[in-house]
Design a protein around this ligand. Structure first.
Ligand code: UDP
Ligand code: MG
Length: 335
C-alpha cells in the first residue's frame, strides 16, 4: 500500500522532469559559410568559431562550409579541418557558381533549428553569434547584421549606402544593411526561400514578403585580412537588376497585369491628355496640327500604353498556367 502511494507521487514528478528536459532539448545551430578562394582565412576562422562554440555550451553546432569551386588550397585545408573536428562539414562545388548558389546548397544540408550565415574572409565576427541568437529569441524569424562601422574601400562604402537606401525605400523594409554576410534564420525561413542568381543581397526582402519578421542588430566588422574581394564594380549594376527581378517575382509574379497595367494605363493617359488637348485646340480655335510636334509624343505614348497593357495580359495568361500551390508558404498544417 505504502509502496503504491510512493509510486503515485514519483510518476508525475518523473513525467514533469522528462517534459522539462525535452523542452530544454539542446538547440542546434548550423553555420553556413560560402568560401571562394579563401585558403588563408579558413584556419583562423576555424579557431575563432571553436572559441565561440566553447562559450555557448547550451547549443549544439554544425558548420557547413560551401567551397564555391575554389582553385587554391581550400579543399586540402577543409579536409584537415574536418579531420580535426567532425562538426565542421564541407561541400565542394565542381566550379564557381556564386555566393547565392553556395548559400542555397548550404541551407539544403543544414539540419539546425537556427541557421547562421557568415562570410569566410574573417570580415564577419563569429563572436556576434550569441547576440544574433538573443535577438531571434525576442521573436524574429530572421535577424540581419548591420555593419554600422565598416572597413571597406571608400567607394564601396558609399555605393553600398545608396544601394541600401534605395532598396529600403522600394521594398518598405526598415533595415540599414541588406548585404551583410552575417545573418541568422529560423530553419523554416532558410528552407522556404529560394536563392539563385545573385539574390543573396535580398534575402531579408524575400523573407519579409513571405510574411516573416525581419530584425536587425549592429555587428562588428573587420577589414579583409587575406585575399581580395570577389565582387568587382559590376556588383552595383547587377544588384539593381536583381532588385527589379525581386520586385517582380515576389510582388507581381501572380499578378503581372497590376504592374504592366498600371504603367501602361499611365502612359496611355498622358498620351491621350496631350492629343485630346491638341484636338480641342484644333476644333475650337482652328490651330493646325501639322506644326505641333508634341502630337507625335501623344501618339507614341498611347501606342506604348496599349502595348504595355497587352504585355501584362500575356503575363496574366502565363501566370494562370504556372500557378502552383507549393508557392504558398504554410505555417501550420493540421489535417
Ligand atoms: N563568395 C563565394 N562565391 C563567390 C564570391 C564570393 O562563395 O563567387 C564568398 C567569399 O568567399 C566570401 C563571401 O562570399 O566568403 C563574401 O565575398 P567577399 O568578401 O568577396 O565580398 P565583400 O565582402 O567584398 O562584399
Ligand atoms: Mg568580404
Amino acid at each position: 500500500m505504502n509502496e503504491k502511494n510512493q509510486n503515485r507521487k514519483i510518476i508525475p514528478k518523473l513525467r514533469r522532469k522528462i517534459l522539462k528536459t525535452s523542452e530544454k532539448r539542446q538547440r542546434k545551430i548550423s553555420i553556413v559559410i560560402p568560401a571562394y578562394n579563401e585558403e588563408d582565412s579558413l584556419k583562423p576562422l576555424f579557431i575563432e568559431l571553436r572559441k565561440v562554440f566553447n562559450e555557448m555550451k547550451d547549443f549544439e553546432f554544425e558548420v557547413i562550409i560551401v567551397d564555391d569551386g575554389s582553385t587554391d588550397n581550400s579543399l586540402k585545408i577543409l579536409n584537415e579541418i574536418k579531420r580535426e573536428d567532425d562538426r565542421f562539414k564541407f561541400i565542394s562545388f565542381q566550379k564557381n557558381y556564386g555566393k547565392s548558389a553556395a548559400l542555397s546548397v548550404g541551407f539544403k544540408y543544414a539540419t539546425g533549428d537556427l541557421i547562421v550565415t557568415m562570410d569566410a574572409d574573417l570580415q564577419d565576427d563569429p563572436h556576434e553569434i550569441p547576440n544574433l541568437v538573443n535577438k531571434i529569441d525576442e521573436g524574429f524569424d530572421l535577424v540581419s547584421g548591420w555593419k554600422k562601422v565598416r572597413f571597406d574601400p571608400f567607394i564601396k562604402k558609399y555605393t553600398s549606402r545608396i544601394f541600401n537606401f534605395v532598396t529600403s525605400l522600394l521594398t518598405g523594409i526598415k533595415i540599414h544593411d541588406f548585404n551583410c554576410g552575417l545573418k541568422i534564420y529560423r530553419k523554416d525561413v532558410a528552407h522556404s526561400i529560394k536563392v539563385y542568381g545573385e539574390m543573396h543581397r535580398y534575402l531579408p526582402v524575400l523573407a519579409h514578403w513571405n510574411g516573416f519578421r525581419v530584425g536587425e542588430i549592429v555587428v562588428k566588422h573587420h577589414p579583409r585580412r587575406y585575399g581580395k574581394t570577389k565582387f568587382g564594380a559590376s556588383r552595383f549594376l547587377k544588384g539593381f537588376l536583381d532588385l527589379i527581378t525581386i520586385l517582380f517575382t515576389t510582388r507581381y509574379l501572380r499578378r503581372p497585369l497590376h504592374f504592366f497595367g498600371t504603367l501602361g494605363f499611365l502612359l496611355f493617359l498622358i498620351g491621350f491628355a496631350i492629343d485630346f488637348y491638341l484636338a480641342i485646340e484644333w476644333a475650337f480655335y482652328g490651330k493646325y496640327l501639322t506644326n505641333r510636334p508634341i502630337l507625335w509624343l501623344g501618339i507614341l505614348l498611347i501606342l506604348l500604353g496599349v502595348q504595355t497593357i497587352a504585355i501584362g495580359l500575356i503575363g496574366e495568361m502565363i501566370a494562370h498556367h504556372a500557378q502552383r500551390v507549393e508557392d504558398y508558404h504554410i505555417k501550420v498544417l493540421k489535417l
